[in-house]
Design a protein around this ligand. Structure first.
Ligand code: EPZ
Length: 418
């Protein structure tokens, strides 16, 4: 296992390029199964979750080549519809492969993707939606056996605007017989990126980014070259880290509109933001003001993936902040670790009440999940003394070379094998 050792107190300064979006590239890699030809992807982040997905594609017979942020995938050689169970367990978001495999192979067998650190992560909406499209799905012995001789367009209403379920429906409906409508669809930018990718290989989809998506089934697909959108969660995390250290940084190669909810909260906390077409400069005040209320919501609301880093920031603000996690049932595990560093936080269910303190002190803490780990790095960057964050494999799933990038901004952070 490895850890990050951080000497706190350095102000972050300088410029950092934001990598491509993990949550856009994962469904697009699944979608590359559909054209059964060559897909070239640019701006792909070098992350564990991407490597696991590439492993799955390789193991089911596809050819995959990676050079720097460019991926070339040839899915013409796909040879099985059985997805390796070990890899599905390793990364539950591989459930997204179901829709694409049904389109390409008319069947798929995959291990039931379990829960993870932040919640039980049910897939009932995925399963009911794919059944509405004509798939027969049997859940037995920890496996999902799915098949669909024919996929028929359907009118689907999602009880919750689930990102994954919306994406799975798009992947299964892209070549259905007829038209599919998704109502109460997720509106995240990553869903829009998937629509744009599917249209680039020949699909006919419209409405992504709104709560109603229309998919007219098509039969023919083509090879494609496509560039993935930047990662808005990574971008927001670096802005938060700069704000925590009274820093002055610029983040580049981003789409500011994807960050609007977090930019408003950072402004409310007293940060100065210069927003340009593809970059943002953040100037942090000496002492942050507490943002009284933060509630995580589906996009364009405040993103659940930035709740932990932002909560970490509020531990240092003057005043009290009430932060409510509305999306996942178990996403406050970083609170206990932040309290070890001197933070004043109480929790009631999914709500954390954060009373700002002047300073945190370094400590040995454990990353419990991906974004909670980023929250602990944020605290370590500003705490007095040394902080060691253990179990950083969680963090490396979603942040490319975070130690190197923070070092380039002046942070004293080092990766060690503990
Ligand atoms: C995606 O997860 C992201 N992951 C998550 O990012 C992100 O937090 C989440 O969307 C919300 O924005 C990827 O895109 C790979 P959901 P997903 O389905 O699709 C419930 C990160 O840190 N639900 O929108 O799994 C579910 O339990 C990760 O990068 C059902 O009840 O999210 C949760 O409470 C974490 N039944 C809520 O919906 C279902 O069938 C949101 O889940 C599906 C979901």
């Amino acid at each position: 296992m490895s850890a990050y050792v951080i000497q706190g107190g350095e102000r972050l300064n300088g410029s950092v390029k934001i990598e491509g979006s993990k949550n856009a590239v994962l469904p697009i890699l699944a979608a590359s199964l559909i054209n059964g030809q060559k897909t070239t992807l640019y701006n792909c982040p070098d992350l564990k979750d991407v490597s696991v997905t590439l492993n799955i594609l390789g193991l089911i017979g596809c050819k995959v080549e990676r050079s720097s942020d460019r991926l070339v995938i040839d899915t013409s050689t796909l040879k099985t519809s059985e997805v390796p169970e070990k890899l599905v367990r390793e990364m539950r978001s591989s459930v997204i492969i179901m829709g694409a495999m049904l389109t390409r192979m008319k069947k798929v067998v995959l291990g039931y993707p379990g829960g993870c650190e932040i919640g039980i992560r049910p897939i009932d909406l995925h399963i009911s939606s794919l059944r509405a499209l004509g798939a027969k799905i049997i859940e037995t012995g920890g496996y999902l056996y799915c098949e669909a001789e024919k996929i028929y367009g359907a009118d689907i209403n999602l009880d919750f605007p689930s990102v994954g379920a919306t994406e799975n429906i798009m992947l299964a409906a892209v070549s259905a017989e007829g038209t599919t409508i998704i109502r109460n669809a997720a509106r995240e930018p990553e869903v829009v990126d998937l629509q744009n990718f599917l249209n680039a290989i020949g699909g006919r989809i419209s409405g992504a980014g709104t709560n109603i998506i229309r998919i007219d089934g098509v039969k023919n697909f083509n090879p494609v070259e496509y560039s993935v959108i930047p990662d808005r969660i990574v971008a927001g995390t670096y802005l938060i880290m700069a704000a925590a250290t009274n820093g002055d940084i610029e983040i580049t190669d981003i789409i500011p509109e994807h960050l609007s909810s977090i930019l408003f909260k950072l402004k409310e906390a007293g940060c100065k933001l210069n927003v340009e077409k593809d970059r943002i400069q953040l100037l942090s005040p000496k002492r942050l003001k507490a943002v009284e209320a933060v509630k995580t919501l589906p996009y364009p609301g405040f993103p659940t993936d930035l709740q932990a880093p932002f909560l970490s920031l509020m531990t240092l603000a003057s005043g009290t902040s009430v932060i409510t996690e509305n999306i996942f049932e178990n996403r406050l595990k970083h609170v206990g670790e932040l309290i070890k560093m001197g933070a004043k936080i109480t929790t009631e269910g999914r709500t954390a009440i954060v009373k700002g303190v002047k300073k945190l002190h370094g400590a040995k803490v454990d990353a419990k999940d991906l974004r909670g780990g980023a929250a602990l790095i944020t605290a370590g960057l500003t705490a007095e003394g040394e902080t060691t964050v253990y179990d950083v494999q969680h963090i490396d799933r979603g942040y490319e070379l975070i130690d190197r990038k923070l070092q380039s901004l002046g942070a004293k952070i080092m990766k060690i094998n503990d």
